[in-house]
Design a protein around this ligand. Structure first.
Ligand code: ADP
Ligand code: MG
Length: 631
């Protein structure tokens, strides 16, 4: 968390910047493009990327930690640490069910079948959790720039449908951010790449983005503008495809499954582990995976006590065989995007790699072979989306180059017709903004109202598409079937957000649908949450930071002291004594801060806490081993 500045008003003569935000499933970042060029904003003492993880207090009433702190201690507080919440944004609980076994927190159903998170007594919407991440990013940006930040461009996966985009906007609003534009992640990446592009000829570019939870492939055309012109290039998205449930997390799961199977085969340990063990296994698995991007082998070792040690080496070749089907799936989506764009693999001039999982050598190799070009990896795959978003922000705020950006509609939009079919008004990959009009009529004599069911998807039948909403055009004068002329208009704005209106020509009756997504928040809910957010925003940030640190440190001390007693027999006495001394030192600081928060230096407190956390690693391992043993 960043201290100070967050509430400092913008000086009257300062430009009102538009920052770029990559709100990722796994990690999030905020960047700005100004006179100093595009760069990520973060406190000097912290990493540029902020893990998209939020920890709540046990009753769910208060946010305890966001980012690294929340991620690093997810093991101790699995039921109230929310990660991968992007997978739940704008989705129904039934659609999110498949993810539930991999989430350590409890999912419940909210209004309109929405997926929500339950922490203690509280039911929290994914939008509220995302707003916490956005709020932390906003504070980071404000801290780095020295003034408040109000406007942002936020990126979403290309495959996000209308409800998911709307949920993302609502999250921004809850965080006190005006989301001036929603941009597809691969489009932002291409923009980062395209700026400064010295090409003379138009180029066709593929953006391959394999993150933690999502995969996106986009085919773009970049047209350089005449020499000497202010604009560097003209971007056009030809096609997008992807999979919202495919990414590096899947590779982690494969390793976890392997370990679980072998643990139960060798030792007969129950494969249904408690949450803390699941989280720890996840960290092990991810660590091994990351190591295999640079090393030929990664050791796996879990001491499950009573002289039983699970130990084996995971070789790169074995790992590559495991993940080959994942890579194949991404390549089939690439083939789909090429078909949609009517481009042959050989026509791709450049392939841009985005997302942490593109660091896996086999991914680079297979993608390079598929497109027949060496993938472009000069841009940091973790930062490229946020940097591109910041460039788009600069363009929108009028300080950047005037590149034009044409996004496409990721999924077709239509209405239900008689018999459960879907008439598509706007087909996918059309550029935004887009407008389409179609005439419909009644099927029964004397019908005085018409139901319009708005759908999104590629399939032909209603049940295979995503329902966006239903509305009725009522009060029509009775007429014979087929006589009324109902003009239905679909309008998709530059953000990809849809509005629908209908108009019966003979009677002049009109109706409009504000798409309140079936899986989103109601306007009232957003208004209420926004009011709550304002009420909290006045809190002094520095005090807030000390309070957070004290609360977190107290939890650490409590946990460590308890565990030290519980697993004393398994610990080296010197180690235990040292850890206890560190805990006591931190406790003294915590007590001083509780007496007067101004009496402690937040950085000192942070350091003492960090030291204790580092030192407690061994204790964690021993505790995990104990819990595997079931005592
Ligand atoms: P998202 O866009 O979903 O937020 P990121 O682009 O930040 O995700 O990518 C996160 C994923 O990248 C995680 O699954 C992480 O394990 C993986 N990752 C990060 N670094 C490496 C690496 N060196 N090798 C393999 N995978 C990595
Ligand atoms: Mg990403």
């Amino acid at each position: 968390m960043t201290e100070a500045n967050a509430n400092t008003p913008l000086p009257a003569d300062a430009p009102d910047p538009v920052v770029g935000i990559d709100l990722g499933t796994t990690n999030s970042l905020v960047a700005i493009a100004d006179a100093r060029g595009p760069r990520v904003l973060h406190p000097d003492s912290e990493r540029p990327i902020l893990p998209s993880v939020v920890r709540y207090s046990a009753d769910g009433a208060r946010v305890e930690a966001v980012g690294d702190e929340a991620r690093d201690h997810a093991v101790e507080h699995p039921e109230r640490t929310v990660s991968s919440v992007k997978r739940l944004m704008g989705r129904a609980l039934r659609d999110a069910r498949a993810d539930a076994p991999y989430l350590s927190y409890t999912l419940v159903e909210g209004d309109h079948n929405t997926a929500r998170v339950r922490i203690g007594e509280r039911v929290i919407s994914p939008q509220e959790v995302s707003a916490e991440i956005l709020r932390a990013l906003k504070a980071r940006a404000a801290g780095a720039l020295g003034h408040d930040v109000r406007r942002a461009v936020v990126t979403v996966p290309a495959y996000f449908d209308d409800a998911q985009r709307q949920a993302t906007r609502d999250a921004g609003r809850l965080a006190g951010l005006d989301v001036v534009r929603i941009v597809n992640e691969p489009t932002a990446a291409a923009l980062a790449y395209g700026v400064g592009l010295a090409a003379k000829e138009p180029q066709t570019i593929a953006v391959y983005d394999l993150g933690g939870g999502t995969f996106d492939i986009s085919i773009l055309r970049v047209t350089p503008v005449a020499p000497g012109a202010a604009e560097p290039a003209f971007f056009e998205v030809l096609a997008t495809a992807g999979d919202t449930r495919l990414g590096g997390d899947d590779a982690d799961r494969m390793i976890i499954d392997l370990v679980r199977e072998e643990l139960s085969a060798r030792f007969g340990v129950d494969a249904d582990f408690p949450p803390a063990t699941r989280q720890a296994l996840h960290r092990f698995a991810e660590g091994a995976k990351v190591r295999l991007s640079t090393d030929d082998a990664a050791p796996l070792r879990i001491d499950i006590g009573e002289g039983r040690v699970y130990e084996r080496t995971l070789g790169r070749t074995e790992f590559e065989a495991m993940i080959t089907p994942l890579i194949e799936r991404t390549l089939s989506r690439c083939a789909q995007a090429l078909r949609d764009a009517k481009v042959a693999p050989g026509d791709i001039d450049r392939v841009v790699m985005v997302g942490g999982s593109t660091r896996i050598p086999l991914v680079r190799e297979r993608v390079g072979a598929f497109f027949g070009v060496e993938p472009y990896t000069a841009l940091d795959p973790d930062l490229v989306v946020a940097l591109g978003a910041s460039v788009q922000g600069a363009i929108l705020s009028g300080v950047g180059a005037d590149a034009l950006l044409l996004d496409v509609i990721p999924l077709s939009l239509g209405v239900e017709t008689v018999g459960g079919g879907v008439a598509k008004l706007i087909v996918r990959n059309q550029t935004v903004p887009a407008r389409a009009v179609e005439m419909f009529s009644t099927s029964v004599d004397g019908q005085t109202s018409i139901k319009l069911h708005v759908l999104q998807g590629e399939r032909e039948m209603v049940e295979d598409c995503r329902s966006l909403g239903v509305f009725h055009l009522s009060g029509l004068p009775p007429m014979p079937a087929g006589v009324p002329q109902v003009e239905v208009e679909f309008l998709v704005d530059a953000n990809g957000v849809l509005s629908v209106s209908a108009h019966e020509r003979r009677s002049g009756k009109r109706a409009a649908l504000q798409i309140v997504p079936n899986h989103g928040l109601s306007r009232d809910e957003v208004d209420r949450m926004e009011a709550e957010a304002y009420a909290n925003a006045r809190e002094d940030m520095s005090r807030h930071r000390v309070a957070d640190l004290v609360a977190n440190a107290a939890l650490d001390i409590k946990w460590i002291t308890e565990r030290l007693d519980a697993v004393r027999d398994d610990l080296d006495p010197d180690y235990a004594a040292d850890l206890r001394a560190k805990a006591d030192a931190l406790r003294a600081q915590v007590e001083a801060a509780r007496a007067d928060w101004r009496s402690v230096e937040p950085d000192d407190l942070h350091r003492a806490k960090h030291d204790l956390d580092e030192a407690s690693l061994r204790l964690h391992e021993v505790s995990i081993a104990r819990s595997l043993r079931g005592d």
